[in-house]
Design a binder for this molecule. Sequence first.
Ligand code: PLP
Length: 368
Amino acid sequence: MRTLRINLDAIVHNLDVMRARANGAKVMGVVKANAYGHGAIPVAKTLERAGVDYLGVADVREALELRDGGIQSPILAWLHDPADNFETALTANIDLCVANLGQLQRIAKAAAVTSVTAKLHLKIDTGLGRNGSTEADWTELLEAVQALGESVSVIGIFSHLSTTSHVEDLAQIKKFDSAVAEVKRIGLTFEFRHLTASDGSLAYPEAHYEMVRIGAALYGLDPFSTNRSAEFGLIPAMTAVSRVAQVKTVPAGHGVSYNFLHRTEKETWLALVPVGYAEGLPRAATGKAEVSISGKRYAIKSQIAMDQFVLDVGNDPVQVGDEVVIFGDASLGVPSADDLAAAAGTINYEIVTRMGGRFQREYVGEGL
Ligand SMILES: *Cc1c(COP(=O)(O)O)cnc(C)c1O
């Protein structure tokens, strides 16, 4: 009755598109937040079979779930909480971000206990103001890493852009280069540098370094939320569909759903769709979002509720059981995640990552 149809072939295609653009740099597939709502294990398996170089997640717990699911690719986890168990992470061969001395000390301890060499990616905050070492603390952090000798191995040096503007991003790229120069000055060796996510990888080919970290684009989402997936050659991988659960005729002047935001203008047919904000359909999209039935668009004019919304379909021959596309691939004529995001005042990332509730995921395509 409520399905998130995930096209694994689209994900493989998008990986190929981004790999071609990466110009020889490695590609990390970012599968945090349940692969942006697409299902972490099936997506990671697909990416692994398609030859992704690395996988990236926020939490160690997400990385462990991938290992439990049989994923063998290198995995980097970059957002640690004070309760994270680094011993388990090292034993499971998970690369760890280091953003400060406290984290480094905990990881070093875990390396000593497990006798596993910790694979580190040192993160410098080049201006975003989020995770990562400050420039002021960077040298001290590098020296502390160096003092640990062979119990740690530095795989990566990385940072993250704000994509506020060209000027701001170029300033961050410059700071990143200085931070890397400092690593070299100290004599610490590392394998590769990585800076850009989907947006930066499309906007700054000169800043791909040795690896790019790609999330949104893998799922066929325009990372700028400007509805230009097709322009970038990307295919949206998620289609959210439901089925009409009830159709009935009502007279003119009939109120529809809470607060009667919509009243029928004439005798008309109402179609009930069993998807609500519990499924991740933003209530804020009421009055603005459109869905598609048999190729025709219908605005959601009445209040989106927890479990359902109602469409005024006029005299159209809509039937119980008809498929309702809430969003999908715009090039097929249906609304996109970008359209729904615009209706709800947010970005496509938030739309797909919040899809859940009673939706069930169905996988189509071979993945290879
Ligand atoms: C989420 C995330 C990414 C991926 O970003 P996209 O815009 O989805 O490509 C890359 N790097 C870091 C540090 C992230 O948190």
